[in-house]
Design a binder for this molecule. Structure first.
Ligand SMILES: Nc1ncnc2c1ncn2[C@@H]1O[C@H](COP(=O)(O)OP(=O)(O)OP(=O)(O)O)[C@@H](O)[C@H]1O
Ligand SMILES: [Mg+2]
Length: 214
């Protein structure tokens, strides 16, 4: 299956979710590759820090919009899951990633700014692509860095629930474990923080259930 993490905003958790979902899926016996399509190459650097004692996850760079379709479809022959960590902008490569994916995950966070506008822009672009290519696109928002004690966060989730893209039931809370995992080349699944592990397992399970329906 091809699953992408994509948003037109930077710093919302595309790389964190790509890496953590990849680790979870690898631990349940899947052969997993991350395609790092972002010039900043966060997932490539993450994999360079990953110790051999952990489940193997290949990470390949592909930032070329003319090559990504071919590269991803070749990888799809050899892996159970191709996870695409995407660049933070609306671009030709971002459109191609959306069209290549069986499932598009759109991480959303709120700091009280323009997140809903950006989410609406994303919805518009998905509709445009679906019409242009006559293709059904399966996409879900996923809330990241959630703080249940912040009213603003709960209100944000309520607004998201009314939007035209469904929301994953599982959320990622703001946790030090994610930053540490990124630095160490691991996933929260492999981190001592059991709450982080449990929530990323819930995300991976939800993704698997969605993909089973395809
Ligand atoms: N749930 C979380 N809790 C705590 N820190 C987080 C969480 N999710 C992401 N972060 C941290 O926030 C920063 C941005 O996350 P990440 O790199 O995954 O975002 P991104 O969308 O890939 O960013 P970019 O657009 O720059 O590629 C990183 O330092 C990451 O460790
Ligand atoms: Mg990133």
């Amino acid at each position: 299956m091809i699953v992408s993490c994509i948003s037109y905003k930077g710093g919302v958790g595309k790389s964190t979710i790509s890496q953590n979902v990849a680790v979870c899926l690898a631990h349940t016996g899947n052969k997993v590759v991350i395609v790092d399509a972002d010039e900043s190459q966060n997932s490539v650097y993450w994999s360079e820090k990953r110790d051999d004692k952990y489940q193997k996850i290949d990470v390949v760079k592909c930032t070329n919009d003319k090559k990504i379709a071919k590269q991803v479809s070749q990888l799809y022959n050899d892996y159970d899951f191709v996870i695409i960590d995407s660049p933070p902008s609306q671009s030709v490569i971002a459109d191609k990633i959306i069209l290549l994916s069986h499932l598009v995950l759109i991480p959303v966070t709120t700091k009280g700014g323009s997140e809903i506008n950006t989410a609406n822009q994303f919805i518009d672009q998905l509709e445009n692509l679906a019409i242009l290519k006559q293709k059904k696109i399966k996409a879900y928002f996923i809330v990241n860095e959630f703080n249940p004690r912040a009213n603003m966060h709960n209100e944000f989730v309520e607004v998201l629930q009314e939007m035209d893209i469904p929301l994953l039931k599982s959320k990622l809370h703001a946790r030090v474990a994610y930053g540490e995992s990124n630095v160490l080349g691991i996933g929260a699944y492999e981190h001592p923080d059991k709450k982080a592990k449990a929530e990323i397992v819930a995300v991976a399970n939800e993704i698997n259930s969605i993909l089973k329906e395809i």
